[in-house]
Write a protein that binds this ligand. Structure first.
Ligand SMILES: [Zn+2]
Length: 316
């Protein structure tokens, strides 16, 4: 996202600011964390901007907002730190104090979907009776991830689906210096994974899951010691199983000769290693097996039990 090509949602927000009709409370939704953050920041700049064509990004107000030093713009980053009910109460007190230098105050809740139920309920109290001259901007991958009561209080601006190049860019950003081909394979996986939101944490988990699957499909021996095996690891194990099923599917497509050039997940070492010797029948069986175990975890099956089944059935 860049300011010269802001996309429909941001253009709409800027237009509403110019006409003075921007709702006081709204949610910016979109799968890409960086884009959501930037959209909230641009919106704050546009609200504070002194020029006619907002946001100019050149006036003193715009600069202060973009550099994170505007005294009337508060960012609460729920994504990065745990936000308690007390923190929300502090925000509420702060919202009732008049702006320092601008006409309005802006409070951004970044990653609002990670607020727990109590904090969202505390937030709801502010949203129900918002102080005058205060804008509340919430950001989340989807408004559906918020409590319904909070969701219904907010107007919505959707940043739209991510393009492949957007996904590739955020994968590279969060990959911790992975190679170009590794990033491309991760990008392909993200595009297959429904509801996957690229972030430093999630890309780290995906990298590990793919590395486990690589080892299996390259050597033919499953690295059980690398599996996340604690009770609270259910989501990480689900990701490994999902990626395993995608690999098996990819292998089946490859056997049918229908893999597109840059659309694959399997590493070149896997394609020339154990995976190349795997009979179609086995790949087919594995695909169903991994999907089945994934479904079991979705239904809250015990992590250790699922690993035990994986152990007993993976070479059948
Ligand atoms: Zn400006």
């Amino acid at each position: 996202m860049d300011i010269k090509n802001p996309g429909t949602a941001l253009s709409l927000i800027f237009a509403e600011i110019k006409s003075g009709t921007l709702p006081k409370t709204f949610l910016v939704e979109g799968k890409d964390e960086a884009s959501r953050r930037l959209a909230a920041r641009y919106t704050a700049a546009a609200l504070m901007c002194e020029s006619d064509d907002v946001p100019c990004l050149e006036c003193a107000q715009c600069k202060k907002v973009m550099e994170g030093r505007h005294p009337d713009v508060t960012v609460v980053s729920a994504q990065e730190e745990k936000v308690s009910v007390d923190d929300i109460r502090k925000v509420r007190l702060d919202a009732n104090i008049s702006p320092f230098e601008a006409e309005c105050k802006i409070i951004i809740f970044d990653g609002a979907q990670t607020l727990n139920v109590q904090s969202q309920n505390a937030l709801l109290k502010i949203l129900e009776e918002p102080p005058q001259r205060v804008y509340f901007i919430l950001t989340a991958p989807s408004s559906k991830l918020m409590l319904q009561t909070v969701d219904s209080r907010c107007a919505k601006f959707s940043l739209g689906a991510l393009s492949k190049s957007d996904v590739y860019r955020s994968v590279c950003e969060f990959s911790g210096g992975a190679s170009e081909s590794e990033c491309l394979r991760m990008c392909n996986a993200v595009l297959y994974l429904d509801g996957f939101v690229p972030s430093e944490k999630s890309i780290g988990q995906l990298k590990e899951a793919m590395s486990i699957c690589d080892e299996f499909y390259e050597s033919g021996v499953f690295p059980f010691h690398r599996l996340p095996s604690k009770k609270e690891d259910s989501d990480s194990l689900k990701l490994v199983l999902k990626v395993l099923s995608l690999y098996a599917l990819d292998l089946l497509k490859g056997k049918k000769g229908s893999t597109d050039k840059d659309g694959g997940l399997l590493s070149s070492a896997a394609l020339s290693g154990a995976a190349s010797k795997l009979p179609t029948r086995t790949a087919f069986y594995q695909y169903g097996f991994f999907c089945e175990l994934y479904e079991r975890l979705e239904e809250n099956a015990n992590v250790a039990a699922v690993i035990a089944v994986l152990r007993s059935g993976i070479y059948d």
